[in-house]
Design a protein around this ligand. Structure first.
Ligand SMILES: NC(=O)c1ccc[n+]([C@@H]2O[C@H](COP(=O)([O-])OP(=O)(O)OC[C@H]3O[C@@H](n4cnc5c(N)ncnc54)[C@H](OP(=O)(O)O)[C@@H]3O)[C@@H](O)[C@H]2O)c1
Length: 348
Protein backbone atom coordinates (compact mmCIF):
# COMPACT_ATOMS: atom_id res chain seq x y z
CA UNK A 1 0.00 0.00 0.00
CA UNK A 2 2.02 2.97 -1.21
CA UNK A 3 0.30 6.29 -0.58
CA UNK A 4 1.75 9.69 -1.40
CA UNK A 5 -0.23 12.75 -0.35
CA UNK A 6 0.63 16.15 -1.83
CA UNK A 7 -0.58 17.84 1.36
CA UNK A 8 -1.73 16.76 4.80
CA UNK A 9 -5.41 16.02 5.45
CA UNK A 10 -7.00 18.45 7.97
CA UNK A 11 -8.41 16.54 10.95
CA UNK A 12 -10.28 17.32 14.17
CA UNK A 13 -10.43 15.49 17.50
CA UNK A 14 -13.83 15.31 19.23
CA UNK A 15 -13.47 14.99 23.01
CA UNK A 16 -9.86 16.18 22.81
CA UNK A 17 -9.53 16.91 26.54
CA UNK A 18 -10.15 13.33 27.75
CA UNK A 19 -7.67 10.49 28.29
CA UNK A 20 -8.06 9.17 24.73
CA UNK A 21 -8.53 12.60 23.14
CA UNK A 22 -5.18 13.73 24.51
CA UNK A 23 -3.52 10.62 23.09
CA UNK A 24 -4.93 11.57 19.68
CA UNK A 25 -3.56 15.09 19.95
CA UNK A 26 -0.14 13.78 21.07
CA UNK A 27 0.09 11.16 18.30
CA UNK A 28 -1.20 13.40 15.51
CA UNK A 29 1.30 16.20 16.26
CA UNK A 30 3.91 14.62 13.98
CA UNK A 31 1.73 12.53 11.71
CA UNK A 32 2.91 12.36 8.08
CA UNK A 33 -0.62 12.43 6.57
CA UNK A 34 -2.82 14.27 9.08
CA UNK A 35 -2.78 17.77 10.55
CA UNK A 36 -4.90 18.72 13.58
CA UNK A 37 -6.87 21.89 12.82
CA UNK A 38 -9.69 21.72 15.38
CA UNK A 39 -10.40 20.28 18.83
CA UNK A 40 -13.69 19.93 20.70
CA UNK A 41 -14.76 19.33 24.28
CA UNK A 42 -17.80 19.62 26.51
CA UNK A 43 -19.22 22.97 27.62
CA UNK A 44 -16.76 22.71 30.52
CA UNK A 45 -13.87 23.37 28.10
CA UNK A 46 -15.37 25.18 25.09
CA UNK A 47 -13.75 28.60 24.55
CA UNK A 48 -10.52 27.76 26.40
CA UNK A 49 -7.16 27.43 24.65
CA UNK A 50 -6.17 23.73 24.58
CA UNK A 51 -2.95 24.56 26.46
CA UNK A 52 -5.05 25.85 29.39
CA UNK A 53 -6.92 22.57 29.90
CA UNK A 54 -5.73 19.82 32.24
CA UNK A 55 -3.12 17.59 30.52
CA UNK A 56 -3.09 14.08 32.02
CA UNK A 57 -0.37 12.46 29.89
CA UNK A 58 3.38 12.71 30.49
CA UNK A 59 5.08 15.91 29.33
CA UNK A 60 3.14 18.83 27.82
CA UNK A 61 0.56 19.17 25.06
CA UNK A 62 2.19 19.57 21.63
CA UNK A 63 3.06 23.17 20.66
CA UNK A 64 0.93 22.90 17.51
CA UNK A 65 -2.21 22.30 19.62
CA UNK A 66 -1.66 24.64 22.58
CA UNK A 67 -3.29 27.69 20.99
CA UNK A 68 -6.24 25.94 19.36
CA UNK A 69 -9.48 27.11 20.98
CA UNK A 70 -11.76 24.25 22.08
CA UNK A 71 -14.95 24.23 20.03
CA UNK A 72 -18.39 22.66 20.25
CA UNK A 73 -18.76 19.23 18.58
CA UNK A 74 -20.86 20.56 15.69
CA UNK A 75 -20.19 19.69 12.04
CA UNK A 76 -18.79 23.09 11.10
CA UNK A 77 -15.14 22.24 11.68
CA UNK A 78 -12.53 22.97 8.96
CA UNK A 79 -11.62 19.25 8.72
CA UNK A 80 -12.40 16.30 6.42
CA UNK A 81 -11.75 13.60 8.98
CA UNK A 82 -12.70 13.58 12.67
CA UNK A 83 -11.40 11.28 15.37
CA UNK A 84 -14.03 10.72 18.03
CA UNK A 85 -12.99 10.21 21.66
CA UNK A 86 -16.45 11.11 22.94
CA UNK A 87 -18.28 9.20 25.67
CA UNK A 88 -20.60 6.75 23.90
CA UNK A 89 -23.81 8.47 25.02
CA UNK A 90 -22.71 11.67 23.23
CA UNK A 91 -21.12 9.83 20.29
CA UNK A 92 -24.50 8.27 19.49
CA UNK A 93 -26.00 11.70 18.75
CA UNK A 94 -22.95 13.58 17.48
CA UNK A 95 -21.13 11.14 15.15
CA UNK A 96 -24.05 10.67 12.67
CA UNK A 97 -24.34 14.47 12.36
CA UNK A 98 -20.74 14.57 11.14
CA UNK A 99 -21.22 11.63 8.77
CA UNK A 100 -24.39 13.25 7.39
CA UNK A 101 -22.44 16.47 6.81
CA UNK A 102 -19.80 14.63 4.74
CA UNK A 103 -17.07 14.01 7.35
CA UNK A 104 -15.29 10.70 7.77
CA UNK A 105 -15.57 9.73 11.45
CA UNK A 106 -13.06 7.33 13.01
CA UNK A 107 -14.61 6.51 16.37
CA UNK A 108 -13.34 5.00 19.59
CA UNK A 109 -16.76 5.02 21.18
CA UNK A 110 -18.91 1.91 21.42
CA UNK A 111 -22.09 3.62 20.12
CA UNK A 112 -21.91 2.22 16.53
CA UNK A 113 -19.50 -0.71 16.85
CA UNK A 114 -22.23 -3.28 16.46
CA UNK A 115 -24.51 -1.28 14.13
CA UNK A 116 -25.31 -2.85 10.75
CA UNK A 117 -23.23 -1.34 7.95
CA UNK A 118 -20.70 0.29 10.29
CA UNK A 119 -17.28 -1.37 10.05
CA UNK A 120 -15.58 -2.37 13.30
CA UNK A 121 -11.96 -2.61 12.22
CA UNK A 122 -8.47 -3.63 13.20
CA UNK A 123 -6.64 -3.19 9.88
CA UNK A 124 -4.41 -6.28 10.25
CA UNK A 125 -7.37 -8.43 11.34
CA UNK A 126 -10.33 -7.44 9.15
CA UNK A 127 -9.48 -4.44 6.96
CA UNK A 128 -11.66 -6.04 4.26
CA UNK A 129 -14.75 -5.12 6.35
CA UNK A 130 -14.39 -1.55 5.01
CA UNK A 131 -16.54 -2.66 2.07
CA UNK A 132 -19.51 -2.21 4.45
CA UNK A 133 -19.15 1.55 3.91
CA UNK A 134 -20.92 1.17 0.56
CA UNK A 135 -23.97 -0.28 2.32
CA UNK A 136 -23.71 2.28 5.14
CA UNK A 137 -23.86 5.15 2.64
CA UNK A 138 -26.68 3.58 0.63
CA UNK A 139 -28.86 2.83 3.67
CA UNK A 140 -28.18 5.94 5.74
CA UNK A 141 -27.72 8.42 2.89
CA UNK A 142 -24.51 9.79 4.39
CA UNK A 143 -21.95 11.41 2.09
CA UNK A 144 -19.48 10.89 4.95
CA UNK A 145 -18.95 7.69 6.94
CA UNK A 146 -18.37 6.16 10.38
CA UNK A 147 -15.71 3.52 11.02
CA UNK A 148 -15.20 2.23 14.56
CA UNK A 149 -12.32 0.68 16.46
CA UNK A 150 -12.91 -1.99 19.09
CA UNK A 151 -12.96 -1.85 22.85
CA UNK A 152 -9.39 -1.65 24.17
CA UNK A 153 -9.33 -5.15 25.64
CA UNK A 154 -10.94 -6.70 22.58
CA UNK A 155 -8.12 -5.28 20.42
CA UNK A 156 -5.61 -7.42 22.33
CA UNK A 157 -7.85 -10.48 22.23
CA UNK A 158 -8.71 -10.25 18.52
CA UNK A 159 -5.09 -9.69 17.47
CA UNK A 160 -4.05 -12.76 19.46
CA UNK A 161 -6.86 -14.94 18.14
CA UNK A 162 -6.83 -13.93 14.45
CA UNK A 163 -3.70 -15.80 13.30
CA UNK A 164 -4.65 -18.77 15.50
CA UNK A 165 -8.18 -18.84 14.07
CA UNK A 166 -6.92 -18.72 10.48
CA UNK A 167 -4.55 -21.62 11.11
CA UNK A 168 -6.40 -23.87 13.56
CA UNK A 169 -10.05 -22.70 13.84
CA UNK A 170 -10.99 -21.18 17.21
CA UNK A 171 -13.97 -22.92 18.89
CA UNK A 172 -14.03 -21.69 22.51
CA UNK A 173 -12.31 -18.90 24.44
CA UNK A 174 -12.08 -18.17 28.16
CA UNK A 175 -10.52 -14.79 28.86
CA UNK A 176 -9.86 -13.15 32.22
CA UNK A 177 -8.70 -9.55 31.99
CA UNK A 178 -6.63 -7.37 34.32
CA UNK A 179 -7.36 -3.86 33.07
CA UNK A 180 -5.46 -0.65 33.74
CA UNK A 181 -7.05 2.34 35.44
CA UNK A 182 -6.49 4.63 32.41
CA UNK A 183 -9.11 2.50 30.64
CA UNK A 184 -11.74 4.20 32.78
CA UNK A 185 -10.87 7.68 31.39
CA UNK A 186 -10.22 10.78 33.51
CA UNK A 187 -10.66 11.08 36.52
CA UNK A 188 -11.66 7.41 36.35
CA UNK A 189 -11.54 5.05 39.31
CA UNK A 190 -11.01 6.51 42.77
CA UNK A 191 -7.56 5.92 44.29
CA UNK A 192 -9.27 4.82 47.51
CA UNK A 193 -11.08 2.06 45.60
CA UNK A 194 -8.20 0.74 43.49
CA UNK A 195 -5.05 1.12 45.64
CA UNK A 196 -3.91 -2.35 46.73
CA UNK A 197 -7.13 -3.79 45.33
CA UNK A 198 -8.82 -5.61 42.44
CA UNK A 199 -12.33 -4.65 41.33
CA UNK A 200 -14.00 -7.67 39.66
CA UNK A 201 -16.47 -5.63 37.62
CA UNK A 202 -16.25 -3.18 34.70
CA UNK A 203 -19.71 -2.20 33.50
CA UNK A 204 -20.56 -3.50 30.01
CA UNK A 205 -17.01 -4.71 29.36
CA UNK A 206 -17.62 -8.46 29.26
CA UNK A 207 -20.43 -8.17 26.69
CA UNK A 208 -18.25 -5.91 24.53
CA UNK A 209 -15.35 -8.38 24.59
CA UNK A 210 -17.58 -11.36 23.81
CA UNK A 211 -19.49 -9.70 20.94
CA UNK A 212 -16.78 -7.56 19.35
CA UNK A 213 -14.23 -10.41 19.16
CA UNK A 214 -16.69 -12.44 17.06
CA UNK A 215 -17.47 -9.45 14.81
CA UNK A 216 -13.77 -8.77 14.20
CA UNK A 217 -13.05 -12.39 13.30
CA UNK A 218 -16.20 -12.70 11.23
CA UNK A 219 -16.42 -12.34 7.47
CA UNK A 220 -18.35 -10.41 4.85
CA UNK A 221 -21.12 -12.21 2.98
CA UNK A 222 -23.43 -10.43 0.49
CA UNK A 223 -22.40 -6.97 1.75
CA UNK A 224 -23.25 -8.00 5.33
CA UNK A 225 -21.11 -8.88 8.29
CA UNK A 226 -21.32 -12.44 9.56
CA UNK A 227 -19.86 -12.81 13.07
CA UNK A 228 -17.60 -15.76 13.83
CA UNK A 229 -19.53 -18.47 15.66
CA UNK A 230 -17.02 -19.44 18.35
CA UNK A 231 -17.92 -18.93 22.02
CA UNK A 232 -16.18 -16.38 24.24
CA UNK A 233 -16.55 -16.21 28.02
CA UNK A 234 -14.99 -13.04 29.50
CA UNK A 235 -14.34 -11.96 33.10
CA UNK A 236 -13.14 -8.36 33.43
CA UNK A 237 -11.22 -6.95 36.40
CA UNK A 238 -9.84 -3.48 37.12
CA UNK A 239 -6.35 -3.62 38.67
CA UNK A 240 -3.95 -0.97 40.03
CA UNK A 241 -1.88 -0.67 36.83
CA UNK A 242 -1.64 2.74 35.13
CA UNK A 243 -1.62 1.73 31.41
CA UNK A 244 -1.75 -1.65 29.67
CA UNK A 245 -4.38 -4.39 29.82
CA UNK A 246 -3.34 -8.00 30.53
CA UNK A 247 -5.44 -10.91 29.23
CA UNK A 248 -5.17 -14.46 30.49
CA UNK A 249 -6.60 -16.55 27.63
CA UNK A 250 -7.51 -20.26 27.21
CA UNK A 251 -8.55 -21.42 23.72
CA UNK A 252 -10.14 -24.55 22.28
CA UNK A 253 -9.51 -25.23 18.57
CA UNK A 254 -10.97 -27.32 15.76
CA UNK A 255 -7.46 -28.72 15.26
CA UNK A 256 -5.31 -28.61 18.39
CA UNK A 257 -1.89 -27.05 17.71
CA UNK A 258 1.22 -27.61 19.79
CA UNK A 259 2.51 -24.52 21.66
CA UNK A 260 5.35 -24.38 19.10
CA UNK A 261 2.92 -24.37 16.14
CA UNK A 262 0.82 -21.65 17.79
CA UNK A 263 3.95 -19.59 18.46
CA UNK A 264 4.98 -19.86 14.81
CA UNK A 265 1.69 -18.54 13.41
CA UNK A 266 1.62 -15.69 15.93
CA UNK A 267 5.18 -14.66 15.06
CA UNK A 268 4.39 -14.88 11.33
CA UNK A 269 1.23 -12.71 11.55
CA UNK A 270 2.05 -10.08 8.90
CA UNK A 271 2.08 -6.31 9.39
CA UNK A 272 0.83 -3.63 6.99
CA UNK A 273 2.65 -0.87 5.15
CA UNK A 274 0.93 2.09 6.85
CA UNK A 275 2.57 4.89 8.88
CA UNK A 276 1.28 3.72 12.30
CA UNK A 277 1.40 -0.03 11.61
CA UNK A 278 4.07 -2.01 13.47
CA UNK A 279 6.21 -4.31 11.29
CA UNK A 280 4.86 -7.26 13.31
CA UNK A 281 1.45 -6.88 15.02
CA UNK A 282 2.21 -9.67 17.54
CA UNK A 283 5.42 -10.20 19.46
CA UNK A 284 5.94 -13.51 21.29
CA UNK A 285 8.12 -13.59 24.42
CA UNK A 286 9.63 -16.80 25.72
CA UNK A 287 10.47 -15.73 29.31
CA UNK A 288 8.38 -17.50 31.97
CA UNK A 289 7.28 -14.22 33.56
CA UNK A 290 6.37 -12.12 30.49
CA UNK A 291 4.41 -10.30 29.19
CA UNK A 292 3.95 -7.69 31.90
CA UNK A 293 2.02 -4.45 31.35
CA UNK A 294 4.76 -2.09 32.60
CA UNK A 295 7.50 -3.80 30.58
CA UNK A 296 5.64 -4.77 27.41
CA UNK A 297 2.79 -2.30 26.79
CA UNK A 298 4.98 0.09 24.76
CA UNK A 299 6.36 -2.51 22.33
CA UNK A 300 6.43 -1.03 18.80
CA UNK A 301 5.17 2.35 20.07
CA UNK A 302 2.30 0.61 21.87
CA UNK A 303 1.01 -0.90 18.58
CA UNK A 304 2.10 -4.53 18.97
CA UNK A 305 0.35 -7.04 21.22
CA UNK A 306 2.82 -9.06 23.29
CA UNK A 307 1.96 -12.72 23.89
CA UNK A 308 3.72 -15.17 26.20
CA UNK A 309 3.29 -18.24 28.40
CA UNK A 310 1.92 -20.25 25.46
CA UNK A 311 1.33 -23.71 26.90
CA UNK A 312 -1.08 -26.62 26.97
CA UNK A 313 -4.38 -26.29 28.82
CA UNK A 314 -5.86 -29.33 30.62
CA UNK A 315 -9.44 -28.17 29.90
CA UNK A 316 -9.27 -26.40 26.53
CA UNK A 317 -6.26 -26.79 24.18
CA UNK A 318 -3.83 -23.94 24.86
CA UNK A 319 -3.32 -21.13 27.39
CA UNK A 320 -1.46 -17.84 26.94
CA UNK A 321 -1.15 -14.29 28.26
CA UNK A 322 -1.41 -11.13 26.13
CA UNK A 323 -0.68 -7.48 26.90
CA UNK A 324 -2.13 -4.59 24.88
CA UNK A 325 -1.64 -0.84 25.39
CA UNK A 326 -5.20 0.31 26.04
CA UNK A 327 -4.92 3.99 25.05
CA UNK A 328 -2.56 3.34 22.08
CA UNK A 329 -3.39 0.15 20.07
CA UNK A 330 -6.60 -0.18 22.10
CA UNK A 331 -7.77 3.36 21.39
CA UNK A 332 -6.14 6.41 19.74
CA UNK A 333 -3.37 4.73 17.68
CA UNK A 334 -5.76 1.97 16.59
CA UNK A 335 -8.20 4.58 15.32
CA UNK A 336 -5.44 6.52 13.53
CA UNK A 337 -4.42 3.26 11.84
CA UNK A 338 -8.04 2.84 10.70
CA UNK A 339 -7.91 6.33 9.19
CA UNK A 340 -4.66 5.49 7.40
CA UNK A 341 -6.33 2.42 5.93
CA UNK A 342 -9.26 4.58 4.77
CA UNK A 343 -6.80 6.87 2.98
CA UNK A 344 -4.80 3.99 1.48
CA UNK A 345 -8.01 2.32 0.24
CA UNK A 346 -9.28 5.56 -1.35
CA UNK A 347 -12.21 6.29 0.99
CA UNK A 348 -10.88 9.78 1.77
N1 LIG B 1 -9.60 5.02 28.05
C1 LIG B 1 -9.44 3.97 27.25
O1 LIG B 1 -8.51 3.16 27.42
C2 LIG B 1 -10.40 3.75 26.09
C3 LIG B 1 -10.09 2.71 25.20
C4 LIG B 1 -10.93 2.47 24.10
C5 LIG B 1 -12.03 3.27 23.93
N2 LIG B 1 -12.34 4.28 24.82
C6 LIG B 1 -13.53 5.09 24.53
O2 LIG B 1 -13.08 6.39 24.11
C7 LIG B 1 -14.02 7.37 24.53
C8 LIG B 1 -13.30 8.40 25.37
O3 LIG B 1 -12.79 7.77 26.54
P1 LIG B 1 -11.86 8.51 27.60
O4 LIG B 1 -11.31 7.44 28.44
O5 LIG B 1 -10.95 9.46 26.91
O6 LIG B 1 -12.97 9.39 28.41
P2 LIG B 1 -12.78 10.73 29.24
O7 LIG B 1 -11.39 10.84 29.77
O8 LIG B 1 -13.92 10.77 30.20
O9 LIG B 1 -12.98 11.91 28.14
C9 LIG B 1 -14.22 12.25 27.59
C10 LIG B 1 -14.06 13.41 26.62
O10 LIG B 1 -15.31 13.71 26.00
C11 LIG B 1 -15.57 15.10 26.19
N3 LIG B 1 -17.02 15.32 26.23
C12 LIG B 1 -17.91 14.91 27.15
N4 LIG B 1 -19.15 15.31 26.77
C13 LIG B 1 -19.01 15.96 25.60
C14 LIG B 1 -19.91 16.63 24.72
N5 LIG B 1 -21.22 16.70 24.97
N6 LIG B 1 -19.41 17.20 23.60
C15 LIG B 1 -18.10 17.17 23.35
N7 LIG B 1 -17.19 16.57 24.14
C16 LIG B 1 -17.66 15.99 25.26
C17 LIG B 1 -14.87 15.50 27.45
O11 LIG B 1 -14.68 16.91 27.41
P3 LIG B 1 -14.42 17.81 28.73
O12 LIG B 1 -13.10 17.39 29.30
O13 LIG B 1 -14.41 19.18 28.16
O14 LIG B 1 -15.57 17.56 29.68
C18 LIG B 1 -13.57 14.72 27.26
O15 LIG B 1 -12.75 15.37 26.31
C19 LIG B 1 -15.14 6.64 25.26
O16 LIG B 1 -16.20 6.38 24.39
C20 LIG B 1 -14.46 5.35 25.71
O17 LIG B 1 -15.36 4.29 25.91
C21 LIG B 1 -11.54 4.53 25.89
Amino acid sequence: MKTNLSKKIPVAVLGATGAVGQRFVQLLADHPWFEVVALTGSVRSVGKAYGETRWVLDGDPPETARNLIIRHSTPDLPAKLVFSALPSSHAKEIEPRFAAAGYAVCSNASAYRQAAGVPLIIPEVNGDHLVLIKRQRAERGWPGLIVTSPNCTTSGLAMTLKPLDDAFGVRQVFVTTMQAVSGAGYPGVSYLDIDGNVIPYIGGEEDKIENEACILLGHIENDSRRAADFLVSAQANRVPVFDGHTLSIAVGFERKPSPEEATRVLVDFPGLDLPSAPPRPVLVRSEADRPQPRRDRSTAEGMAVTVGRIRECPILDLRMVSVVHNTLRGAASGSILNAELLVAEGYL
